[in-house]
Design a protein around this ligand. Structure first.
Ligand SMILES: [Zn+2]
Length: 366
C-alpha cells in the first residue's frame, strides 16, 4: 500500500478506482455541496496526474471527458495515480453561469493561485492549488468555449521565453512537452503575465490555472475543445484521448491500444478503423494571443469562423445597433488563426469578441 499522494482524499488502495465527495477548505466554501472526485490508483507506482474541468461551469465536453475517464480507465493497467475532478466551479455549473462564479461574479481562471481569505472564487482556486495541484507531478485543466463561445481545439501552457530561473524554465519545457503530447491542432505558449480573462472582470494580478501551477513547480496545461453550451461528442473524445496521450507521455500507460477502450461509449455501431488522435494531428505552435473587444454595446456580426485564418487589416466583423446601423468595424491586428469566437450576437461595451493566435513576428533587433 502507498499512503495517499493527495492527503485530502485519505488512503488510496492500489489497483482500485474510488469515488470521493470532498468538502474543500475555506470559510466561504463551508456550505458547499461536496465536490465529486475520482481517484484511479494504479496497481504500480508512478506519477500523480491531476485533471479537472469546470473551472468555467458551461464547458460541458470538458466535464464529460473527466467523467468518462473515471468510468473507463482500468487502474490495474495504470502506473501511478490519476485524480479526476469533473467540476471545480460547481455553483456555475448548477446555474449554467458562463465565465464567472455566480457567488462573487469573479472569473476563477483569473484568480489562481487564490487567497484563503479572499472571495469565494479566490478560496476555491486556493483549495484547488493547495489540496491537489501541489501534490501532483502534472496538472491538466480542461476547458472549452463557454456557453456563448465557439473554438478550435487548442492547448495553452507557459512559455519558456523570458523566464530567468532555470527551474521555472524546466517546468515550462515539461509543460510544453505535455501540451504537445495532448495532440490538439494548436499549442499556444504564453509568457507571463497572461492575457486578460474571458470574463467581464479581471482579478488584480491573478493568474490562470496552468500559470499558477507552473509557479508552484507543477508542469501544467489548459486544453480547450467544444463550446456553445453543447455536448459535442467529438470534443469529448479529443479531450479524453488527450489525457490518455498525456498519461502515456508520463509513463502511466504502456498499452498502445489503450485508447481503443475509451472514447465514444454511447454508440454500439460497428467500430470503424479510426484515425488515432495522436497521429492524425499536426500541431501548430503559436506564441501570441490577441484578444479583440468591442467598444460598443450592440449586435455582433462575425465574418469569420473559429479555426479560420485571418490577415492583418482584414475586416473580420461588425457591431451594429438595434436600428441596423453599423457602430464599429472589427479589424484583425495580426496574421493568425481564430482560436475562439463569441457566437452570441448580444455584446456589451468592452465585451470580448474573439481570440486570435499568431506566431510572434521577430523583428530584426533583439
Ligand atoms: Zn474555460
Amino acid at each position: 500500500m502507498h499512503p495517499s499522494n493527495i492527503p485530502i482524499l485519505g488512503e488510496l488502495t492500489p489497483g482500485t478506482t474510488q469515488r470521493h465527495l470532498i468538502k474543500l477548505p475555506g470559510a466561504a466554501l463551508a456550505n458547499d455541496e461536496p465536490r465529486p472526485v475520482i481517484s484511479v490508483a494504479g496497481a504500480k507506482p508512478g506519477p500523480v496526474l491531476f485533471v479537472n474541468a469546470g473551472v468555467h461551469g458551461g464547458e460541458y465536453p470538458a466535464v464529460e471527458a473527466v467523467i468518462r475517464l473515471g468510468k473507463t480507465l482500468d487502474p490495474k493497467k495504470i502506473s501511478g495515480t490519476l485524480i479526476l475532478m469533473p467540476v471545480l466551479n460547481l455553483p456555475a455549473f448548477r446555474t449554467r453561469t458562463p465565465f464567472v462564479c455566480p457567488i462573487d461574479n469573479v472569473n476563477p481562471n483569473r484568480v489562481f493561485p487564490g487567497d484563503p481569505r479572499g472571495s469565494y472564487s479566490e478560496q476555491m482556486t486556493h483549495a484547488c492549488i493547495n489540496e491537489f495541484v501541489v501534490h501532483a507531478d502534472a496538472y491538466v485543466d480542461l476547458h472549452g468555449g463557454d456557453i456563448p463561445e465557439a473554438l478550435v481545439p487548442f492547448v495553452i501552457c507557459r512559455s519558456e521565453a523570458g523566464l530567468a530561473d532555470s527551474k521555472a524554465r524546466d517546468v515550462a519545457a515539461r509543460s510544453k512537452a505535455i501540451a504537445m503530447a495532448f495532440g490538439l491542432p494548436y499549442v499556444l505558449t504564453v509568457s507571463k503575465p497572461v492575457q486578460p480573462s474571458k470574463g467581464h472582470r479581471a482579478g488584480a494580478g491573478g493568474l490562470s490555472s496552468y500559470a499558477a501551477a507552473a509557479d508552484k513547480g507543477t508542469p501544467a496545461i489548459l486544453a480547450e475543445a467544444g463550446g456553445g453550451g453543447q455536448m459535442q461528442e467529438e470534443a469529448v473524445s479529443l479531450l479524453v484521448n488527450g489525457v490518455v496521450n498525456v498519461m502515456r507521455h508520463l509513463g502511466m500507460i504502456e498499452d498502445a491500444k489503450f485508447e481503443s477502450h475509451i472514447g465514444n461509449t454511447e454508440t454500439n455501431s460497428k467500430p470503424k478503423p479510426k484515425k488515432t488522435v495522436r497521429s492524425a494531428v499536426a500541431t501548430t505552435v503559436l506564441t501570441k494571443f490577441e484578444w479583440l473587444y468591442t467598444k460598443s454595446t450592440g449586435v455582433w456580426y462575425p465574418k469569420v469562423a473559429e479555426g479560420e485564418a485571418v490577415r492583418e487589416g482584414e475586416q473580420i466583423g461588425t457591431v451594429g445597433d438595434l436600428f441596423g446601423d453599423t457602430l464599429e468595424e472589427i479589424v484583425s491586428p495580426v496574421n493568425g488563426v481564430v482560436l475562439f469566437l463569441t457566437i452570441s450576437p448580444s455584446v456589451l461595451e468592452n465585451g470580448l469578441l474573439m481570440g486570435i493566435g499568431a506566431k510572434e513576428v521577430i523583428s530584426g533587433k533583439r
